[in-house]
Design a protein around this ligand. Structure first.
Ligand SMILES: Cc1cc2nc3c(=O)[nH]c(=O)nc-3n(C[C@H](O)[C@H](O)[C@H](O)COP(=O)(O)O)c2cc1C
Length: 334
C-alpha cells in the first residue's frame, strides 16, 4: 500500500491554493518564535548573563589585556604612566582566581600574563610606583611569558606573498598619515573585496565611504572603540548589509550578518593588499546610535551596520598589538 506522509495528506485535503496559503501563514507565524528562540539562547549562554563561567571569565581577561595592549601603542607618544590601573587590578584578580581554581592556562591566559609582565617591567624601568594596584607579590605569582609591548609592522611586509605569508602579514592599523586614500584606489579595493562569497550570491553588502573628517569624528564618538586614536582618523568605510535582501522568513534572519562578516574579512585583505591600513571597528551599538551613524553616512534605513572601518595610509612607525592567537588545538575540536 502507498505510504502517505501527514504533509501529503494535508496537501490532498486542502488542494494546492489553500496549501500554499497555509504554508505562508505557518512560516509567517514562525518568525516571532525564531526571534524569541534567539533571545532565549542569548539569555541561556551569553557571557553577559553568565559572568562566572570559565568562558565568560576568559573573555573578560581577553578584553582587558587587549585594552592594555592598545595602550602600549601610544608608547613614545601620549602614554601616561600608571595607565589602565583599574583594568590591571581587575586582571590580576581574575588571574589569581583562575590559578586558584586550577583552570587551564590557555593561550589567552598566557597572553594576559605576558602583557602584565611587560606592564610591570615598563613601570619598573621608569621607576614609577604601581605598588598600590600591582604589588611585587602579584608580579611574582604570574607565570612569566615574554611579549613585546607593541609589534612593529614592516611597511612592505609580505603584502604580495602567497596566502600563508599574506594572511599573517595583515594587522589592525589604528594610526594614519595625513595622505588621503584616493577614490580610484578605493574602487580597486572594493572590486577585490567583492569577490567575497554570499548566500545564493545575493551580495547584499554595501560599503559607504566617509571622507569628511568631521562626520568621521562624529561617527567614531558614537562608536566608542577608538577613543584614543579618533583624532588622527580622517576616513572611514562603513560596511553594511541590506536587510531588504533577507527573503526566507525567520530562518534567513542572520544571513546578512554572516555575509557581512565574510565580506568584512575580504575587505580587510583587499585594503592590506593595496597598502591601505585599516582596523575593523565593532558595531555593538544601541539601535538609536546605529541609526544615527547610518544616517550620517547616508545609508538606507534597511541597512544594518556590520562594521566601521577606519582607513588610511599607515603612520610610521607602524605599530600594532601582539593579539596572540589561539593555537589550532583550542579551535579545532572533535
Ligand atoms: C568585528 C571587529 C570589531 C573590532 N572592533 C574594534 C574596535 O572597536 N576598536 C579597536 O581598536 N579594534 C577593534 N577590532 C580590532 C581587533 O582588536 C583586532 O582585530 C584583534 O586584536 C586582532 O588583531 P589584528 O587585527 O591586528 O590581527 C575589531 C575587530 C573586529 C574583527
Amino acid at each position: 500500500m502507498e505510504k502517505v506522509t501527514p504533509k501529503e495528506r494535508l496537501k490532498r485535503l486542502l488542494g494546492p491554493r489553500l496549501m500554499s496559503w497555509y504554508n505562508r501563514v505557518r512560516l509567517r507565524l514562525q518568525v516571532p518564535r525564531i526571534f524569541l528562540s534567539d533571545y532565549r539562547r542569548y539569555r541561556r549562554h551569553s557571557a553577559y548573563f553568565h559572568r562566572e563561567t570559565p568562558s565568560a571569565r576568559e573573555l573578560e581577561i581577553t578584553v582587558l589585556y587587549h585594552s592594555l595592549e592598545k595602550g602600549f601603542l601610544h608608547e613614545g607618544g601620549d602614554l601616561r604612566l600608571r595607565f589602565g590601573r583599574a583594568k590591571v587590578a581587575r586582571l590580576l584578580q581574575l588571574l589569581q582566581a583562575w590559578r586558584e581554581e586550577g583552570l587551564p592556562e590557555s593561550s589567552q591566559i598566557i597572553a594576559a600574563q605576558a602583557i602584565l609582565s611587560a606592564y610591570y617591567s615598563y613601570h619598573r624601568e621608569r621607576e614609577a610606583d604601581i605598588s598600590d594596584y600591582f604589588p611585587d607579590s602579584a608580579y611574582s605569582a604570574l607565570a612569566h611569558h615574554s611579549t613585546r609591548r607593541a609589534v612593529e609592522v614592516l611597511p612592505e611586509e609580505a603584502r604580495h606573498g602567497d596566502f600563508a605569508t599574506f594572511a599573517p602579514s595583515r594587522h589592525s592599523i589604528r594610526r594614519f598619515s595625513d595622505r588621503p586614500v584616493p577614490d580610484e584606489l578605493l574602487r580597486e579595493v572594493v572590486r577585490l573585496a567583492n569577490t567575497a562569497p554570499s548566500a545564493c550570491n545575493r551580495q547584499e553588502v554595501r560599503v559607504h565611504s566617509v571622507s569628511d573628517p568631521a562626520i568621521a569624528r562624529e561617527i567614531l564618538d558614537l562608536q566608542g572603540g577608538f577613543r584614543s586614536e579618533s583624532e588622527g582618523i580622517r576616513q572611514l568605510l562603513l560596511v553594511t548589509a541590506d536587510l531588504a535582501f533577507t527573503y526566507m522568513e525567520g530562518m534567513d534572519r542572520q544571513q546578512p550578518y554572516i555575509d557581512g562578516g565574510i565580506y568584512l574579512m575580504n575587505l580587510l585583505y583587499a585594503l592590506h593588499y593595496h597598502g591601505v591600513g585599516a582596523c575593523a571597528g565593532n558595531a555593538s551599538l544601541l539601535p538609536r546610535d546605529e541609526a544615527r551613524i547610518l544616517s550620517l553616512a547616508g545609508c538606507r534605513e534597511s541597512e544594518a551596520l556590520i562594521a566601521i572601518v577606519p582607513i588610511g595610509f599607515p603612520a610610521m612607525p607602524i605599530l600594532t598589538t601582539p593579539s596572540r592567537r589561539r593555537p589550532p588545538e583550542e579551535t579545532l575540536l572533535g
